[in-house]
Design a protein around this ligand. Structure first.
Ligand SMILES: [Zn+2]
Length: 85
């Protein structure tokens, strides 16, 4: 198994992340450990193409049942309702 591409990270890679525009690394793929995959995927243009997470699957920010995301979604929807004509 390849090591995590994150600088100085000693952990083995758990997922492959593909970079697309507008990311600066567009066209390349890199392997990261579970924690750094989540961190890298916060950037624009990142796609997880091969996740091999074990039982400790990290909570991705895009999951609909994440408590923080649900609260933010409800707040923005209420706010947007008054702004959009
Ligand atoms: Zn790492």
């Amino acid at each position: 198994m390849r090591p995590c591409s994150w600088h100085d990270c000693p952990l083995p890679a758990a997922a492959t992340v593909a970079f697309e525009l507008p990311n600066l690394l567009a066209g390349s793929r890199r392997d990261y450990c579970a924690a750094h995959t989540v961190q890298v995927c916060l950037a624009r243009g990142t796609v997880v193409v091969a996740a091999r997470f074990g039982p400790h699957q990290p909570a991705l920010p895009s999951l609909p049942d994440a408590p923080a995301g649900r609260r933010a979604g409800r707040a923005s929807r209420t706010r947007r309702k008054g702004v959009v004509p």
